[in-house]
Design a protein around this ligand. Structure first.
Ligand code: URA
Length: 239
């Protein structure tokens, strides 16, 4: 199945004036939320998918997408009614966030998303999980975890930019569940997902809410997402 193409731009602009771009596949799982395919987002994704984009730009534009994901993710946390009085002596009926949160990054690529979370949530606690694929069995294996001791009382924003087969993300969720975090208190923030990864993930941990910027075409023989952007960790941290 081809990815859909769409005229990119605001609805008031005539269709013939909008360039056509490949937009995210839509997915049937109701716990999966794909960011609106705005001209901004598509332009940012175009930058980071380009093999000729240099590291400084890759970091800059990835960070902007990460910020959009974090802002959208926070919309899924519970709020309670909260009324304040403004300096002119009038009440404003609003809301405030309820409950504690923490971030958990899946190392190493997920660590790229920590700063974006810190920018939105001052002094947020951040844990880490290292999972690596066993070369022989190609099964994911847990190597390291460092998590806030009271994580069972927190909403968890799980961070990993690329959802390929879903193996690592599913294992990370199992680790969190083992620490007493209810599945429905986990939000998984992700830049690019494969349809296979989304399907696996939603089948194994259906109550985790997924916020992704884009569901791509598929996977290649090496389990890279296509068209994807290559190895996210390499491009963000090393090359
Ligand atoms: N991880 C990456 O960095 N890129 C992919 O395409 C898949 C997994």
């Amino acid at each position: 199945v081809q990815s859909p193409a769409l005229g990119v731009g605001p609805s008031y602009r005539p269709e013939e004036e909008k360039p056509t771009a490949t937009v995210s596949k839509s997915v049937p799982q109701e716990n999966v939320h794909v960011l609106p395919q705005t001209p901004q987002l598509i332009a940012l994704l175009t930058m980071i998918r380009d093999k000729d984009t240099q590291r400084a730009d890759f970091i800059f534009y990835s960070n902007r997408i990460i910020r959009l994901l974090v802002e959208e993710g926070l919309n899924h946390l519970p709020v309670v009614a909260h009324t304040v009085t403004s300096p002119v002596g009038k009440d404003y009926v609003g809301v405030k966030f309820e409950g504690k949160i923490c971030g958990v990054s899946i190392m190493r690529a997920g660590e790229s998303m920590e700063q974006g979370l810190r920018e939105c949530c001052r002094s947020v606690r951040i844990g880490k999980i290292l999972i690596q694929r066993n070369e022989e069995t190609s099964k994911p294996k847990l190597f390291y975890e460092k998590l806030p001791p009271d994580i069972h009382n927190r909403w968890v924003l799980l961070l990993d930019p690329m959802l390929a087969t879903g193996g690592s993300a599913i294992m990370a969720v199992e680790v969190l569940k083992g620490k007493g975090v209810p599945e429905e208190h986990i939000l998984f923030l992700n830049l690019i997902a494969s349809p296979e990864g989304i399907e696996n993930f939603a089948k194994k941990v259906p109550k985790v809410r997924v916020i992704t910027a884009f569901v791509d075409q598929g996977l290649n023989e090496q389990n890279y997402i296509v068209p994807g952007l290559g190895d996210f960790g390499d491009r963000y941290f090393t090359l």
